[in-house]
Design a binder for this molecule. Structure first.
Ligand SMILES: Nc1ncnc2c1ncn2[C@@H]1O[C@H](COP(=O)(O)OP(=O)(O)OP(=O)(O)O)[C@@H](O)[C@H]1O
Ligand SMILES: [Mg+2]
Length: 237
């Protein structure tokens, strides 16, 4: 396995249901994503974007195929570890459309919650959280509640939370859907900086054409498979 590869998927298949109710979502997807790449995942509603992210994130079980996360093969027609939650905790950061911050905790408590559940001390987890908040230019809000922040600020906190366990991979499902154009671009620029500086692979589902020029690659689900579009000089969009 090439050390530069963060995600490798081979012959991935995902069906839901059986018999008359069989829905084929992904038929034979194979692709690789390198460390440090910011990739957009686009396709019409119902094409399987969320399903694909959730399989890579070890949340939903594929029907068949193979998945590697970094050097580790995690799926080979079955999960290769009994504890997929551990893989998720150690390797993956998730960001969703809604920020899902806990309203009665302040920002820093939201970010340190999972690391502390994972056994990181309060002191160390707070230090790391403050570093992340400074990196995302939102440290002045550390002791505020989520309700006191704007949509874009909350989404940056959600990014900080996703980064708190030093993931190799970030999976973001429409992280800018609730934001205006300017805030969406600022969130995507932030993700780009993280991908480049921290060598993290990031897949972002989006329906927003305005942010596509900021991505390194565009990945599309077409005919239940995956195709890539490089963003060259002659922007395809
Ligand atoms: N748990 C499930 N049981 C049965 N069918 C499902 C299940 N989850 C998803 N599907 C079906 O799989 C297909 C892909 O769904 P998915 O949520 O991945 O689409 P999506 O591309 O993320 O769409 P959207 O842009 O609307 O979020 C859809 O046809 C959906 O109905
Ligand atoms: Mg979806």
């Amino acid at each position: 396995m090439n050390k530069d590869i963060a995600i490798k998927v081979q012959n991935l298949v995902k069906n839901f249901g059986k018999g008359e109710n069989l829905v084929k979502v992904i038929e034979n997807a194979s692709f690789e994503i390198k460390k440090g790449e910011l990739v957009a995942l686009i396709a019409p509603s119902g094409a399987g974007k969320t399903t694909l992210l959730m399989m890579i994130g070890c949340v939903q079980e594929p029907t068949s195929g193979e998945i590697w996360l970094g050097e580790e093969k995690v799926y080979d027609n079955k999960w290769l570890s009994k504890d997929t939650r551990k893989i998720r905790r150690e390797k993956i950061g998730f960001i969703f459309q809604a920020h899902y911050l806990i309203p009665f905790l302040n920002i820093i408590e939201n970010i340190t919650l999972l690391p502390q559940v994972n056994g990181v001390s309060e002191k160390i987890s707070k230090q790391k959280a403050m570093e992340l908040l400074e990196y995302l230019e939102i440290a002045d809000k550390a002791y505020n509640k989520s309700s006191q922040l704007s949509g874009g600020q909350n989404q940056r906190v959600a990014i900080a939370r996703a980064l708190a366990n030093n993931p190799e991979i970030i999976l973001a499902d429409e992280p800018t859907a609730a934001l205006d154009a300017q805030r969406s671009i600022s969130v995507i620029k932030m993700l780009k900086k993280i991908a480049q500086e921290q060598n993290v692979a990031i897949i972002t589902v989006t329906h927003d054409d305005r942010i596509l020029p900021y991505f390194d690659k565009i990945m599309k689900i077409e005919n239940r498979g995956i195709v890539f579009h490089e963003l060259g000089e002659d922007k395809i969009l």
